[in-house]
Design a protein around this ligand. Structure first.
Ligand code: SIN
Length: 335
């Protein structure tokens, strides 16, 4: 494996005649290592992920009127402080929260002890809510998915995905509220799929530019559909054909829009080739440089832009209890 010596250049006194030739050669080497360095053994790369810098700096320069922001990842995730979600927020505040959602791609709120009504009311300010056909709902509010895990119900999270990408019109975003959190563990990780797209090389970008993937609920939710309901459910939710690269309807950013949870295959390829390409693309979500990780406390809320991120719930707390409720806002058909 080669080592990036970029930073070491600074430690050499190039003004000293004794060091001059050495400094020059170091500088040249550093310049030639402008990208990441491939490890031949594992096919991975080490060194700075430079393309995130522009977005990171753009986000750091943003100023907000209705709340304070603490950024979490380089290009993804921010805690919003100084806003009370239980109240009747004015339209300007809602518009600014929406702008922050589009910018940071996932936003977090702490110490918000919302009732279920307040949770639903807050999510509704961003659009109509969907009802999930497979996951159990809150007893009173069908538009709240109830995710209860514990000794009697082991988690099946552990997978990077974008919610309901098997719908023809997947959700725009989701507001997830902690109802009961384990003493440790149970974090949720988020990956910036705009940064993931930007990080692909030009050849791959060109290759996938006009590709479509077929998304299907069957892999994850098929087992919850009773035999006698299979045909009806299939007719209601046929496989959804979405572009592999979608364009964000509000920011105009390109997004790598494939996930291993729900994509069946990439159109136009034999199964093996499609699987290999899907693996290469979907695994971009696993790069820590594109991620942020959120630790839940009582009163925590996460609101993610489901068009721009994938998420992964860490199922490391079994048999302890973790109960969450999610309101999902209906989005646009990906283009
Ligand atoms: C989800 O996948 O929507 C739930 C995420 C979580 O429980 O952290």
């Amino acid at each position: 494996m080669t080592t990036d010596t970029t930073d070491a250049t600074d430690t050499v006194d190039a003004t000293s005649p004794r060091n001059a030739p050495f400094a020059a050669s170091r500088r040249e080497r550093a310049q030639s290592l402008s990208g990441r360095v491939e490890s031949r053994r594992f096919g991975t790369a080490v060194g700075p992920v430079r393309h995130v810098a522009e977005d990171r700096d753009r986000l750091a320069a943003m100023r907000w009127e209705h709340f304070d922001v603490k950024q979490l990842g380089a290009t993804i995730g921010a805690e919003l402080h100084g806003v009370d979600l239980s109240g009747d927020l004015d339209d300007d505040t809602i518009a600014e929260i929406r702008a922050a959602l589009c910018a940071y791609k996932v936003i977090f709120f702490c110490d918000q002890f919302l009732t279920t009504e307040q949770h639903v009311a807050f999510a509704r300010r961003f659009g109509e809510l969907e009802v999930h056909p497979f996951i159990p709902a809150n007893d009173e509010f069908p538009e709240l998915v109830h995710l209860a895990k514990g000794p009697e119900m082991a988690g099946y999270e552990n997978g990077w995905h974008s919610d309901v990408s098997w719908r023809i019109v997947p959700s725009m975003g989701a507001v997830l509220r902690a109802v009961e959190v384990p003493a440790s563990g149970g974090d949720t990780l988020f990956a910036d799929m705009c940064a993931a797209y930007d990080g692909l090389d030009d050849e791959m970008k060109e290759r996938i530019a006009d590709m479509y993937a077929i998304h299907d609920y069957m892999f994850v939710f098929g087992r919850f559909v009773p035999e006698d309901k299979r045909e009806e459910t299939r007719a209601q939710f046929p496989p959804a054909r979405h572009p592999v690269v979608r364009t964000h309807p509000e920011t105009g950013r390109k997004i790598l829009y494939v996930n291993r949870g729900f994509v069946d295959y990439i159109e136009g390829f034999e199964r093996e080739e499609s699987d290999a390409l899907l693996q290469a693309l979907a695994s971009q979500a696993e790069l820590p440089e594109y991620q942020c990780r959120f630790h839940w406390e009582p009163g925590s809320i996460a609101f993610w832009d489901n068009r721009a991120v994938q998420h992964y719930a860490a199922s490391d707390y079994f048999p302890n209890r973790r109960v969450m409720e999610r309101a999902s806002i209906i989005g646009d058909r990906p283009i």
